[in-house]
Write a protein that binds this ligand. Structure first.
Ligand code: FAD
Ligand code: DLZ
Ligand code: SF4
Length: 516
């Protein structure tokens, strides 16, 4: 009785629910497959494909070393059918499997494929929950049931209580749940940041890099600076380095942006956590320990833990709670194609060209660049949510639909009409100027509100609020900005409208073929 255990590219955890605890527990074969369909359903950044393939190959070797039977299908295997279903079918025949066991996939698309296997192959298929999250889907659904808005802050408090993280008995440590106010400073111009560890490619990764270079050279992004952790031990090293060197400054510079500083004090751990190389609870516990040992301040540690225990779990819950239709939402009725510069980086707006450059070089941009520069601009310009989703899914090494899509739809674009955020994350150039050192070096003038050389964010901000007044006008969190707008002379308002429209007319749409 052979059980086939297909293990997906983002399921690289030794305690995965589908894996037997010990290799000798029953007759089974673990199937891992590099397939064209997964590598190409969107045109992922080459670093993302290389990261996944290299991490898969390293993980397969670790399983074999522990004594598991592993069947690993490489992308360039001439018999490779190119799809997960095709490879599972071939493996069932090769190993005369009587049953299939798999841990649930992270997204609807792959779950749909798995759902067909039982009928297709005439074998029992057991789908086990993914236990690598800190909140089960049933727990999340119970929390979400009957609520009007799904506010992350309340979910997060419940998770703190449930896990005991940063709790003194029933109370949050230092008497507060959230230290965000302390985490909104801009980075001083002379700030220095510790080097992030680079994980130099070993021979396995080099082989993968050559494969990816050859097969995916038409994708957006460069492979040159590839330095991601590809094993659990490298990921553990990255975590230790972050806790010791960057966590203490994490809070203070969390929302800051600086020219040429692509990482600041960010953790760079999302790729490892999402692949399963790092356990999210372990990350939180290590950060908490640093606080308890007096090595990192509460605002840094609370901020970091909130990202993982709060945001990450909440985003995943929203993805499954809202259902597949969530990706179709378009509350603001936006229909503009994605501007070409998201792919080419060719724009004079320095904040945007810097964010695209970092994205191209590292398959990474930090949160505030994603939300307040790239996302904010896409929303202010009225870009179609599907085009924005495709871009975010393609370009980041940590992007999987379950995490990318709610972040784009609910957080960046307000395309869900406020299920996640109580107001749009819309900002003018003033915010970017406050949080970064970009504006003095930008050809646009952030202090100018309208006209050809004015910072485009300024007029776009008002244009956005004005054109969506029917949908946003009664949002009480926007009442002050709408009063400001109403107090302006009509001639001034018209200048803003005209300036924004003149700018929008200059935006070149992206050519087809970059994302799919
Ligand atoms: P840090 O800033 O150091 O944060 C620590 C950890 O917290 C991250 O590693 C991550 O695991 C978690 N985290 C923080 N914020 C979020 C969040 N909003 N959602 C989920 N986890 C979070 N994150 C992804 O993992 N994949 C994506 O595809 C993705 N797409 C995004 C798209 C948009 C429009 C926005 C606004 C955010 C997106 N994020 C995504 C969330 C966040 O930007 C990244 O997790 C973060 O930038 C990763 O870098 P880091 O590890 O240095 O994170
Ligand atoms: C993202 C990805 C890529 C690029 N390639 C593979 C692959 O070749 N084989 C595989 O098993 N998984 C891959 N993945 C990850 C899957 O797409 C992932 O399991 C789904 O996105 C669900 O989160
Ligand atoms: Fe960005 Fe405007 Fe500042 Fe230029 S002036 S960097 S466009 S915010």
């Amino acid at each position: 009785m052979t059980t086939l255990i297909p293990l997906l590219g983002d399921q690289l955890s030794h305690d995965l629910s589908s894996l037997p605890e010990a290799p000798e527990d029953g007759d089974h074969v673990v199937l891992m497959m590099e397939v064209w369909d997964e590598a190409r359903y969107v045109k992922h950044h080459p670093q993302k494909i290389a990261l996944i393939f290299s991490a898969m190959r390293h993980f397969a070797a670790e399983l074999e070393e522990k004594g598991y039977r592993v069947d690993y299908v490489r992308l360039d295997d001439p018999a490779n059918s190119g799809s997960l279903t095709g490879e599972v079918q071939r493996a069932c025949e090769r190993h005369e499997a009587n049953a299939i066991r798999i841990t649930e996939a992270g997204e609807y698309r792959v779950m749909d494929a798995i759902g067909e296997w039982e009928d297709r192959f005439g074998l029992p298929v057991t789908i086990l929950p993914d236990t690598r999250f800190l909140c089960t889907l049933d727990e999340f659904f119970a929390w979400a049931q009957g609520r009007d808005g799904l506010r992350m802050e309340y979910f997060y408090r419940e998770m703190r209580r449930r896990t005991g993280l940063l709790m003194d008995g029933e109370e949050p440590v230092e008497g507060r749940w959230n230290f965000d106010k302390e985490n909104r400073s801009s980075a001083p111009d002379d700030a220095t940041f510790p080097e992030t560890p680079r994980f130099e490619p070993d021979s396995c990764t080099k082989e993968v890099l050559a494969l990816v270079e050859e097969r995916f050279s038409d994708h957006f992004g460069s492979l040159e600076k590839f330095a991601w952790p590809v094993t659990a031990s490298e990921a553990a090293e990255a975590l230790d380095h972050f806790i010791a060197c960057r966590l203490p400054g994490f809070g203070a510079t969390q929302d800051a942006m600086l020219i040429g500083e692509d990482f600041l004090n960010h953790a760079l751990l999302s790729t490892s956590i999402n692949l399963g190389l790092l356990d999210p609870m372990h990350c939180c516990r290590c950060a908490e320990q640093a606080y308890r040992d007096g090595k990192a301040p509460i605002e840094a540690v609370e901020g970091f833990i909130r990202q993982i225990l709060g945001w990450r779990e909440y985003i995943r819950g929203v993805y499954w709670w809202e259902g597949r239709g969530y990706g179709e939402e378009n509350f603001l009725g936006d229909d503009r194609p994605l501007p070409a510069f998201y792919w080419t980086g060719e724009t004079d707006m320095l904040c945007l060209s810097e964010a695209v450059r970092s994205t191209r070089d590292h398959a990474y941009a930090h949160h505030i660049q994603r939300l307040m520069v790239l996302g904010n601009f896409a929303m202010l310009a009225g870009t179609h949510p599907k085009a924005v989703q495709d871009w975010f899914l393609v370009v980041y090494a940590d992007a999987y639909e379950w995490v990318e899509m709610p972040n784009v739809v609910g957080m960046a674009l307000f395309a869900d009409g406020g299920k996640m955020a109580s107001k749009p994350y819309a900002a003018s150039g003033n915010y970017i100027n406050k949080m970064s050192d970009y504006c003095p070096s930008c050809p646009y003038k952030v202090s100018k509100k309208v006209g050809e050389d004015a910072c485009p964010f300024n007029a776009l901000y008002w244009h956005f609020l004005d054109r969506h007044r029917d949908k946003l006008g009664n949002n009480h969190r926007l009442s002050r900005v709408y009063s400001t707008w109403d107090r302006m002379h009509e001639a001034r308002r018209e200048e803003y409208r005209q300036s924004a429209e003149n700018f929008l007319a200059t935006l070149e749409p992206a050519e087809d073929g970059w994302a799919r």
